[in-house]
Design a protein. Structure first.
Length: 122
């Protein structure tokens, strides 16, 4: 027997929750600061993405939403904007699926502690 269906669609985003506005505002405020501190921005992105993930928002929807926030910040020049978007998208993936890009606890400042770099001599 089928369960009764609701007329209300399943939430695709947490935008109806007031706290999400605050989380988006935190990202926007961090992006508006000059210089932009990666550590603060990463923390804001992770908090927002985790809230969206827990609400059932798709990974693509979360990445699109955060990318729109970066676009709205009007970062210039384009090379810095693109580099920032790459980092932010990586942070979205890390937060949504689990930490993939390093140990956030090892961050001592605005950038991760660099480990050894493997270089091929070919």
């Amino acid at each position: 027997m089928d369960s009764p269906r609701s007329d209300r669609p399943v939430n695709d985003t947490t935008s109806e929750f007031p706290d999400v506005h605050d989380l988006r505002l935190a990202i926007g405020t961090t992006l508006a600061a000059r210089p932009i501190y990666d550590r603060s921005l990463r923390r804001a992105v992770w908090t927002y993405v985790c809230a969206e993930r827990d609400a059932g928002t798709s990974p693509g929807g979360v990445i699109l939403s955060v990318t729109e926030l970066v676009n709205a910040a009007g970062i210039e020049p384009v090379s810095i904007d693109q580099a920032l978007k790459r980092r932010v998208i990586l942070w979205c993936v890390e937060a949504y699926f689990g930490q993939l890009g390093g140990d956030a606890a090892s961050w001592g400042g605005d950038s991760p502690n660099a480990g050894p770099v493997l270089v091929s001599n070919r």
